[in-house]
Design a protein around this ligand. Structure first.
Ligand SMILES: Nc1ncnc2c1ncn2[C@@H]1O[C@H](COP(=O)(O)OP(=O)(O)O)[C@@H](O)[C@H]1O
Ligand SMILES: [Mg+2]
Length: 165
């Protein structure tokens, strides 16, 4: 079960998201408050549901296309047809950004200052100085039960089992 904590300045809301279909209340909550120039910093381990949340947020905003993970493209932009001010949702996944200067190449500060776009950012921990400088940042922290994986034992190869008892 995922627990999400959404904060902006002193405003702090907690949501429990039992399954991947239960993001809607949180998505609606944020969609009704998100303004042009806002950034949403999405924290949580791999597989926490960050991209899934972006999909629900996009739907709540009226975006027609379902966002996919921008891990390789770094950034994707979605048009919001139905709102007066907020016209674009930018989705960035900073997972692959090792050098913080790489985020500058995306011109996000310019994109966010035209009064029409808001940003959702996965892995804000990879660009801490950039996010610290932004004026209006929501923080969404998604935490889940520890994920345990059961791995099948490797089938014995021609060389036989290695490292076995
Ligand atoms: N609230 C939830 N409870 C259980 N599983 C979820 C939940 N939200 C998303 N998932 C599932 O977790 C997996 C990883 O989600 P994803 O959004 O890609 O994570 P992230 O972007 O944080 O790495 C997906 O298979 C998704 O369907
Ligand atoms: Mg993701």
């Amino acid at each position: 079960m995922r627990k999400a904590i959404l904060t902006k300045q002193k405003d702090c809301q907690r949501f429990t998201i039992p399954t991947e279909n239960d993001w809607e209340p949180l998505a609606e909550y944020l969609a009704s408050r998100l303004k042009p120039g806002d950034a949403v910093a999405l924290s949580g381990p791999l597989g926490a549901g960050k991209t899934t949340f972006v999909q629900h947020l996009a739907r709540a905003l009226g975006v027609k296309k379902i966002p996919s993970s921008p891990t390789f493209a770094l950034m994707r932009s979605y048009s919001i047809p139905g709102r007066r001010q907020l016209k674009r949702l930018l989705h960035v996944d900073a997972y692959r950004i090792d050098d913080e200067r790489d985020i500058l190449a995306l011109d996000l500060d310019d994109e966010l200052s035209d009064g029409r776009a808001a940003l959702v950012l996965e892995w804000p921990e990879h660009v801490p100085r950039w996010i610290k400088k932004r004026a209006s940042v929501w923080s969404l922290e998604i935490r889940g039960e520890p994920i345990s994986r059961l791995r099948r034992p490797a089938a014995p190869g021609v060389e036989g089992r290695k490292g076995g008892p």
